[in-house]
Design a binder for this molecule. Structure first.
Ligand code: ZN
Length: 428
């Protein structure tokens, strides 16, 4: 008897589980089918953005085209001019529920493209070398899928097309910070946000995730070293800022090797040195720029403090003056572990279990971090590497190629992260 009761219970439970699966699979099937249908357009949209890249805070055409596409797609609400050229769209589901945000970035980089693609950049010296063209196109693709699934959406999807992810020109505001300031996380309130970045180290068909810190905090610094100009032949009559800078560059190497806890990642890189006008003049000034990266606030603070001390005291020891300016680009991109654990199933549904990999923390930065400081966020990597077509080059390089065959998975991942979140939260 007891055995029979248990048997019936097992049957009932498995029926309940399978009906859940059937409903789940229906959504998955729909997303898969619609993502496939929209792929040719995603490719076309992406190639158009790729041919017409625009720098941070200058994405006028991109913002206009995004708004036009969203109008054609038929989203419920479009707001333009957010954080200069940003666009925010709402898709309202037919059932009640919370809101969820999906974010893509739209800006390009000051790089001369060398891909030789038929749809290569038409703007000399400007290139979509970080894949933001594809991010924008894939989010438009997700918009088109979600609009056709309104009857299955409990709640609202908020699509954020963000300008100036790569950093704003000096003296300007922009990017995620300005979007937040202008209320992108309010009206309706956003309780969770998702985003993705193409990754040329990861094969097409794969997704990578990490719970906790995914990308590094980024500080940018500028050092101005001032000495006294003199003839190259009579250095004792001046104060040489170049020799002083050489000491400073060497001295700051001890921050990563000797000052930061060796169990924590931290990087200090000087990437620009500018000085001199002639081979026989010791100049008055040297300007250096670079960045400090870390995955922990204490490491970040320690590195910045040591940096200031070492630079100013090495300068003093060499008889030059040092002016140091710091600009905080963004904190660690923090993937909310709770949200991440729940979203893992959506990644598996999108890519298949063997195609979802855990990744190491990376030292690159991402201004998605600002949203994830305000609300739980989850940011993933989409594989676009394909050796057979030469899609192997790194981001921020002139030969970057993306494997367009990866795009349907990007669209699916966006849609499933959002849909599964809404269904989970609405069902509570
Ligand atoms: Zn990027």
């Amino acid at each position: 008897m007891k055995r029979r009761v248990i048997g019936v219970l097992v049957v009932l439970l498995s029926l309940a589980a399978s009906s859940r699966t059937v409903r789940g699979d229906d959504v998955l099937r729909r997303v898969e089918e619609l993502a496939k249908q929209v792929t040719p357009q995603v490719i076309e949209w992406r190639r158009d953005f790729h041919s017409n890249p625009e720098l941070s805070n200058r994405e006028v055409r991109t913002g206009r085209v995004v708004a036009e596409r969203l109008r054609e797609i038929g989203v419920d609400e479009i707001k333009t001019g957010v954080a200069h050229n940003g666009v925010v769209a709402l898709i309202r589901g037919k059932k009640p529920g919370p809101t969820v945000a999906l974010r893509a970035d739209m800006d390009a980089l000051p790089i001369q493209e060398e891909t030789g693609l038929p749809f290569a950049s038409k703007n000399p010296g400007v290139m979509h070398a970080c894949g933001h063209d594809s991010h924008t196109a894939m989010l438009l693709g997700a918009a088109k899928v979600l609009v056709q699934m309104r009857d299955q959406i409990p709640g609202t999807g908020k699509l954020i097309f963000q300008p100036a992810e790569e950093g704003v020109p000096p003296g300007e505001e922009g990017g995620a910070r300005l979007m937040i300031k202008e209320g992108v996380l309010d009206n309706p309130k956003v309780p969770a946000i998702f985003g993705l970045h193409v990754n040329p180290n990861l094969e097409t068909g794969k997704l990578a995730y990490r719970l906790g810190g995914l990308m590094a905090s980024v500080d940018r610094f500028t050092i101005k070293i001032t000495g006294k100009q003199s003839h190259a032949a009579m250095p004792w009559q001046g104060v040489d800022p170049i020799v002083a800078s050489a000491h400073i560059i060497t001295a700051v190497q001890t921050i990563a090797s000797r000052k930061i806890d060796a169990r924590q990642p931290g990087v200090v890189s000087i990437c620009i040195i500018k000085a001199g006008t002639a081979w026989n003049i010791i100049p008055r000034e040297v300007v250096m720029e670079g960045t400090i990266r870390s995955h922990d606030l204490d490491v970040r603070n320690k590195a910045a403090e040591e940096f200031k001390r070492i630079v100013s005291q090495t300068a003093a020891a060499n008889g030059v003056k040092a002016q140091i300016a710091f600009e905080d680009y963004g904190p660690v991109t923090w993937n909310d572990p709770e949200l991440g654990k729940k979203t893992f199933a959506s990644l598996v549904r999108a890519a298949g279990e063997k195609n979802v990999l855990e990744t190491q923390p990376v030292m690159g930065g991402e201004d998605f971090a600002h949203y994830a400081q305000k609300v739980p966020g989850f940011y993933i990597f989409l594989g676009v590497r394909n050796e057979s077509i030469g899609a192997v080059h790194a981001l921020h390089t002139p030969k970057l190629l993306l494997d367009e065959a990866a795009f349907p998975l990007g669209v699916k991942a966006h849609c499933l992260m959002a849909l599964d979140y809404l269904r989970r939260e609405a069902g509570k």
